[in-house]
Design a protein around this ligand. Structure first.
Ligand SMILES: Nc1ncnc2c1ncn2[C@@H]1O[C@H](COP(=O)(O)OP(=O)(O)O)[C@@H](O)[C@H]1O
Ligand SMILES: [Mg+2]
Length: 94
């Protein structure tokens, strides 16, 4: 698999409380495959993509669980410097 998202959880901690934006998202994309994610406004599509890219607003956002495997590497365990090499060169977001 090119990309595997496993049981991803993202929260936003704001003055008004904790917003659980992403609650256990799983998906995988193979090389050459196109995946369309549909959902109502506010259901967490963009926040999931931001977590994959490593461009989540932290704080208030925080990845509280799960794994994001890109070519088998868990992106959440990479140092920011290594993450930066992947972003733009190997994955991008419009
Ligand atoms: N910076 C933020 N602070 C607080 N809540 C946020 C922030 N960004 C996104 N959210 C919340 O996360 C949830 C998912 O948003 P989002 O991923 O943008 O939805 P979608 O792209 O599916 O329309 C929404 O409830 C939204 O209000
Ligand atoms: Mg969106």
């Amino acid at each position: 698999m090119l990309l595997e998202v496993r049981d991803l959880h993202v929260e936003f901690r704001t003055r008004d409380g904790v917003a659980k934006a992403v609650n256990g998202v799983d998906y995988s994309v193979d090389e050459g495959e196109t995946l369309a994610v549909l959902g109502e406004s506010g259901s967490g599509k963009s926040v999931t993509a931001q977590a994959i890219m490593g461009i989540l607003d932290t704080p208030p956002g925080k990845i509280t669980g799960g794994e994001i495997l890109f070519q088998g590497r868990d992106l959440l365990k990479l140092k920011e410097e290594e993450r930066r090499k992947v972003r733009g060169a190997e994955m991008a977001m419009i």
